[in-house]
Design a protein around this ligand. Sequence first.
Ligand SMILES: NC(=O)c1ccc[n+]([C@@H]2O[C@H](COP(=O)([O-])OP(=O)(O)OC[C@H]3O[C@@H](n4cnc5c(N)ncnc54)[C@H](OP(=O)(O)O)[C@@H]3O)[C@@H](O)[C@H]2O)c1
Length: 263
Amino acid sequence: MYWKDKVAVITGASSGIGEATARRLAAAGLQVTLVARRLERLLSLKEQIEMAGGKAKIVAADLSREADRIRVFESVQTNGGVDVLINNAGFGWYGYFKEMPWKTAHEMLQVNIGSMVHLTSLFLPEMQKRDHGHIINVGSISGSIPSQGIAVYSASKSFLDAFTTSLYRETRGTKVNVSVVRVGPVLTEFCKTALERENGGHVPTERIGVTAEHVAQRIWQLLLHPKRTIYIPRWLSVTPWVELSFGWLEDLIGPLLLKRQRV
Ligand SMILES: NC(=O)c1ccc[n+]([C@@H]2O[C@H](COP(=O)([O-])OP(=O)(O)OC[C@H]3O[C@@H](n4cnc5c(N)ncnc54)[C@H](OP(=O)(O)O)[C@@H]3O)[C@@H](O)[C@H]2O)c1
């Protein structure tokens, strides 16, 4: 009951994890604001959520642009304020960094990092003023295991990890929670989008992963029981240890895997 009619802003809600999370939170009674570029997808999701008895609002925005992020913030201002911000929008690209167009790298930095930091800087002060709220940043295990073929993506998720953990430590002891969700492979449009980009290759994990609904359920549980970090699936909590202990092995095998994948 606590979360009923609370307001959640979810970026990247037009597909995959964001879409499933929006459905899950709306089913739990939250009013969800759906943010992404593809307006028709957002409209269809809003309609489905409302038909199921939930409440949804949409803001079509390109989060690589500062002006759009500010517009998102301004358009969701309500008397009660925003209770939950889920920075989920993001995308990947697979291949040798030397073949990655700068345009793609720049856009990735703007969406995976810029949007997350900027939206947090817009929403956090207001949450801190009310001493209430939860910011959840959707990261990846590749933030802990930097891998060949996804250099900029891995680095963007390492940034997300460090930024979120720092903020967690700044806000600890208050009623504003900050969490990072470190996700392993998930069956979404992520790999297709990566492949469709200029010079993009097949992400090796494209056929494996948990469902977006599973991730959404874990995000809902995170709202109920706030924590600094969760891993999805749980067993991936070994990843920082794997990098520390077996990083040398990836140094040896990684280049061969990338070469094979690119052929
Ligand atoms: N799938 C995986 O295996 C996996 C693993 C680890 C972490 N993750 C992370 O999970 C998050 C969600 O990815 P997903 O797997 O659900 O992939 P997805 O289905 O491709 O969803 C990505 C979402 O991000 C949005 N987005 C991308 N660029 C945007 C922009 N410039 N402005 C606004 N929205 C933008 C997309 O919406 P529009 O295209 O409509 O704008 C879409 O809603 C990402 O941060 C990703 O890094 C995914």
